[in-house]
Write a protein that binds this ligand. Structure first.
Ligand code: PAF
Length: 287
């Protein structure tokens, strides 16, 4: 049976109230559509970890710092619904804009600390937009579990922090990045790459992966990051926005691998901004 597509909060609430009364556990996978295999793996994980699964599609204008980026964001509801059909979700929530931002909407959820630096430094207001819409979607869907990809690692940290700080009754589940065969992280933005840029785009992951291995085996962080920076540019990227080693737990900057870490980068290729990150684990027995 195809899942109902709901555009109004009232219709969603009728369903979720009934599911709550039946004692079933609801999971949500928030998305902005343009679904790819990364999203579908989140949906499959949600399906395995809850009784009822809601997927949301909402292209959230408040998290775009660049109007051009918002205008170019792919809107593919029909094919998204087709991709979801075999996964057996229980509802597709595609809220009309006024269901998220009604007339007079005046509240912003702003998470300090983890939202600063990295993408936060380059995309003013982005994480306020994310935190605000995610808060609304978690409350509107009454989900008890919510699934997010690790590709947007800083976003995952922001969402974990807001849920903890606001005592929202929902468990945030992070899911590993899904990659193409050559290592490129799946992203809706990949659709905007020309064939030539697509062929070179995996240089970002290759550089991160090589640097993470070097750092894990004890190479100095500064010199290794400089080498990775050069490799990304040599691989065909026009610029590197950031490339940093951060604590995996709280995104604090790390000058040395003293704890489980994440190596995160954003870079531009043919005017398309791509982000990626990889885990970096200290060798066992290292302090
Ligand atoms: O990762 C995304 O697609 C978006 O940032 C999210 C979490 C759906 C909020 O709009």
């Amino acid at each position: 049976m195809t899942a109902p597509i709901l555009r109004r909060l009232g219709g969603l609430r009728t369903l979720t109230d009934r599911w709550q009364a039946e004692g079933t556990r609801i999971a949500v996978v928030p998305t902005m559509g343009a679904l790819h295999a990364g999203h579908l793996s989140l949906v499959a994980a949600a399906r395995a970890g809850a009784d009822r699964v809601i997927v949301t599609i909402f292209v959230n204008p408040r998290q775009f710092d660049n109007p051009d980026d918002l205008a170019k964001y792919p809107r593919t509801e029909g094919s998204d619904a087709e991709k979801l059909a075999p996964l057996g979700i229980d509802a597709l929530y595609v809220p009309d804009p006024d269901q998220i931002y009604p007339e007079g909407f005046s509240t912003t959820v702003s998470v300090a600390g983890v939202s600063e630096g990295l993408c936060g430094a380059h995309r003013p207001g982005h994480f306020d937009g994310v935190a605000t819409v995610v808060s609304k979607l978690l409350l509107q869907t009454q989900a008890r579990r919510a699934f997010f990809g690790e590709k947007d690692y800083q976003q995952l940290m922001v969402v974990r922090r807001l849920v903890r700080d606001l005592d929202l009754p929902v468990e945030i589940v992070g899911h590993p990045t899904v990659r193409e065969g050559d290592g490129l992280a799946l992203s809706s933005r990949n659709q905007r790459l020309s064939p030539a840029a697509r062929a070179r785009a995996s240089a970002l992951f290759a550089a991160l992966d090589a640097a993470a291995r070097e750092i894990a085996r004890g190479a100095p962080v500064g010199a290794t990051l400089q080498q990775a920076h050069r490799a990304i540019l040599a691989g065909g990227y026009a610029s590197v926005e950031y490339l940093e080693l951060r604590s995996a737990a709280d995104l604090a900057p790390l000058a040395a691998l003293t704890e489980p870490a994440r190596l995160l980068a954003a870079a531009h290729i043919e005017g398309v901004r791509l982000i990626d990150n990889v885990p970096v684990a200290p060798a066992r027995g290292a302090s």
